[in-house]
Structures are given as structure tokens and as C-alpha cells.
Ligand binder design. Sequence first.
Ligand code: AKG
Ligand code: FE2
Length: 447
Amino acid sequence: GEKWHTSQTTLIQLYELQKEHFNAFDGYINAETKRLEELKNYLTEIYKWYDRKMLDKNPYCSHINGFIVMKQIQLRMRKINSLMINKQSADALKIINSDKDLSGDHVIFAIKGLVRLQKFYEIPVSDMVAGRHKGRNIGDQLNGCNYTTEINSSNETRYSEKDENYMRHVILMKNDVLLIDRNESKSSLDITYGLDANRFYEQCPFANKFKDLCTLGESTRTLTKYSKCRYQTKNSTHRLLMPFKEEDISDDPSIKIYHDVLYDDEIETIKTMSIKNMVDSRVVDSKMTGGNFNEKHRSGKTSRIKNIHGSLNARIESFTGRNTQTAEDYQIVNYGLCGHYMPHYDVFSKKHSLSRQFGNRLMTVLFYLNDVQKDGYTVFPMLNIVSPAEKGAALVWYNMHTSDGRDHQQSLHGSCPLLKGNKWIMTRWLYEEGQDLPYNWRKLQSD
Ligand SMILES: O=C(O)CCC(=O)C(=O)O
Ligand SMILES: [Fe+2]
């Protein structure tokens, strides 16, 4: 089933669920109290009857009386029997257990998340159990004894570092393909063979760089010669009064931030729309199944929205200067307990059929739906770029070279593990088809 810890939204529901449990407990206690009261009264009545009968000395003398006594005993025993069976506790337990329970597995998933976090940020166990990291409060005190016992019992699957790095990319790509096109999942699985193993191997050292940047955080965000901020009207007259606040982050590939492009009421609507159908951002693989492996690369909950409203499309087109007609559905992600996304590329393998319909994911438009302090950055490990989640802002970048359609190696990026709180994002991927590009992607793909 769906996991509790992968999204903060679900974790909040878990708290809510406890109210339901409390109601079940209360109902049970009331019913039990009533039942025991009834049983006590009934037994008192029977004792009295028995004492009276004993005064009769020999009630069995008359055959008729003997039968009456037998019959009364039988009826009373039946009633006592029914009063002693406690159906209420079974009913109450059913409510508590009905697939909403916190079975051992869920606790193990959560502890694995914490262990991952501890390893990633190299947090000493003493700090972990004290709920602090680098002078920052990250939670209440943990029972150190419980923590280490839980860790030992959550037997992690072992596999070599090399395999892990390679598989990470394969799996992430596959996952995204599967998400877009569930109906064509059969053909989507071919993506494994479309990847060039060596190419992805070579990027793996950046997992360490990713880690360093996540740890250093915003302190690494220095101004470079490309860094400029401006009010951008994009030649649109109605933007003269409310220009885009555009900030250059990188030149090659082009990465920019547009501040305040998504409004609070829109954000609330988007969250409400997506909460209903969120699923674990799972990574699917034919050989290595199971959640443990998957969550090492990505942990969060995802949902898709076909359309929000036309004016948002227009806004995106306005600040990106690109067409949204061939764009993918909006993808909303809520990261929960230790939520993260290890470095990956958003582009698909060229050989994959999906990238033929509209080309490939030329550009990523990533909206931040909340502010996140001190962690959960979007990081480009090959470019030394750390982007903090800023509510209402959009981080926009190219995954491909706009001159010839080659995948842009430096577009490698990921989301740093959350030490605390949660992160909401919404992405829109713009495709090559329908854009003004100096090359013909259809021709490139058939080569
Ligand atoms: O959450 C982030 O900052 C990055 C998300 C991302 O890379 C993706 O969804 O493809
Ligand atoms: Fe991505």
C-alpha cells in the first residue's frame, strides 16, 4: 500500500486518523462498561434466585418443578454466554487495524529514511538522538536505544556502489516514463536498453558533489559574472506594470529564477487539487523491486494535473518564451520524512518511443509551492548551483543544447534530503515540438 512517511500531507492524515482511533476506543470502553454492568446485574439476580431455591430444600421433588429449574438454568446460561462474549473489542480492533494501521513495515520505512538522512549529512548518532544538527533543532529527543535497535532490524539490501550509481539513473528515467504513460508501460520498460551505461557512470562522482552542496547550502550561492537581476517585460505591454523579476543563475545551460510568478491562492488550489490523488513517487525496476531500494533515489509523493488554467499557461509562455502546447501534464510533488531526489537528468533516452511524439524535455519549469529553510535545495552538482525553495518562484532551465538538441550534461540536478518540514513543488516540462529551434528534432531522432 501507500506509505505514510513519503509525504507530509499523509503524515498529517495519520495524526487525523488517531482521532478515529480514539473514537473507536471510547466506543469500545462504553460498550464494555455497559455489558459488564448488565452481566453483574444479571448474575446478582441469578444468585438471589438460587438462594431462594435452596430454601425450598428439594426443588426437584416435583417432576414439573425439576423441568422448570432445568429450563431456567438453560435460558440463563444462554444469556450469560451472550453477555460474556465481547464482540465490541473485535469491532474496535477492526477499525484500528483496517489497512490504516502502522504495521512494522511502515516504521521500518521511516527509520530507513532517518538512517539515510543521518548518513547523507554525516550526523553523529548522539546528535541524531538529541534531535539536533549543526546547532539546529531537527526534532525531539529520540530514544537512542530504540533508534539503534530499529536500524539493526531494518536489514538493508546491499549492492555495489557502481551498480547503485548506474541503476539510479536507469530507474529514475524509467519511473518518469512510467508516470507519464501508464498505458504504454510495456514499451516504456525498454528504456533500460536505451541508456548508455558509461555515460551515466561518469556522472556518478557528482553524487559526492551533490552531498557537499546540500551540506553547504546557500552559503555556496555566490554571484558569478553571469549573475544579473532585472525586471523583465518580455515585450509584453501588460507586463509593463508588473514585470517579471528575472534572475540569472547560469549561462550554459541557461538557468533562471522568476520570482513571484505563482500566487498564493493558485498554490492553495493546486495543493487541494493534488492531495486527493497522490501516490508514492516510486521507481520501478524489473530486477530490483521493493521500496527500500527505490527510496534511496527518490522519496516523495506525486500527482499529476492535466490543466490548471489557461492564464498560467500564458504566464509560463510569457516568461519562458516557449510554447506550452506540447508540454507534459503538471507534476506536483510533496516531499515528506527525509524526502529527496538524487541527481538525475530530466531528458529521456533518445531511443525511447515516448520522446518521438513531441521530442524531448527541452526545458524544466519548476515552481516552488512553499518556502523551505536551510535544506531541500534544488542542486546542480556539476555547476555548483544551490537553489532554495522560494514560494511562488519558478526555477527554469534547459536540459538540452538549444543549438543542436544534444542532452546537456550539466543539467544534472537533484533535491537535497529534507532535515525537517516538507517541500512542495510543481513541474512543467516543455518539449521540443512547437518551439522555435535551429535544428529539426524529428530528423535527429530518426538518425
Ligand atoms: O525538487 C526539486 O527541487 C527537483 C525536482 C526534480 O528534479 C524533478 O522532479 O525532476
Ligand atoms: Fe528533475
